[in-house]
Design a protein around this ligand. Sequence first.
Ligand code: NAD
Length: 336
Amino acid sequence: MDVTVFSTRGYDREFLDIANSAAGAPHVLHFIEAGLSKQTVALAKGATAICVFVNDRLDRTVLASLREQGTRLVALRSAGFNHVDLEAAETLGIAVARVPSYSPEAIAEHTIALILSLNRKLHRAYVRVREGNFALDGLLGFDLGKRTVGIVGTGKIGATVTRILGGFGCRILAFDPSPDADLVASGVEYVTFPELLQQADVISIHCPLTPQTHHLINGQALQLIRPGAMLINTSRGAVVDTRAVIEGLKSGKIGSLGLDVYEEEGDLFFRDLSDEMLQDDVFARLLTFPNVLITGHQAFFTREALSAIAETTIRNISTFETTGQAEYQIGTELLA
Ligand code: NAD
């Protein structure tokens, strides 16, 4: 099948080429660096399938153009599908497939790295020591194992985070509309969302971005949190209202913030912009806080995860080609 791969970076090409070759090279992959948008959709002309990443926008207009150009399959290199208008895809007869699970450990371990780094101020200690400043003032942390951590969303990633935190000895609270009986058996306590906010010293977000979870962490939610609580978001940027969080940081209500995702990351992440002026004033404000640690959507970025993403993506395309149904095809049932 002819496949146009949008938002390609060197690592995408490397892992997709390996997976395609391992499958007997059934597909012709056209790699392009540009993201998918109304301006770039013409680059996919003639491709039966396209392959996209998290910041490619697949709204109704883009999907309609794809359909006109002959595209029949959109293969997501992600688990999240909030960037695709699934209703429009269904109406237009374009199949959408994703990679539902590639390595929950990758994201869970990055989440733990953010928690530990922020708690023990490793991002500040690293710079200090290199500058010959060995003073400890300002680096005081806490014993994580003696604290309560609240997990919002206990699917594959959230559940993996709870298992790792169990090893530290933390008390673990969780909120999820579909509680996991195995986690309850392992000692995780399901509570309401307000209870979680009120009791947790560390709050970590692992739910998908949906209309219901958009700005779930807003000014109202932040009023409920414990003064000085740590907030971590490795799910999707828009689950958190960044402006409200900045107010929380300024007032000291939020003790520290770890982000791997950001509401407006589409204009920033996955590129080297070090020689350009930062145009996003909200993001620039976030960078001024010493108790904020941001990574550029890299939680998924492990060798194992990239291999699994590439293998599943190639399988999705192959199964669609041979049966008309991709292995991990998704539809509007997921919007319920
Ligand atoms: P999953 O589908 O296994 O789990 C999601 C969980 O969230 C489910 O248990 C669901 O019931 C729960 N949920 C839904 N609505 C909720 C709500 N309103 N409040 C609380 N919980 C709610 O998904 P997953 O594989 O664990 O991934 C979670 C999210 O992580 C993805 O949707 C994606 O946005 C994000 N993600 C980020 C990266 C990264 O690199 N930063 C990588 C992969 C996934």
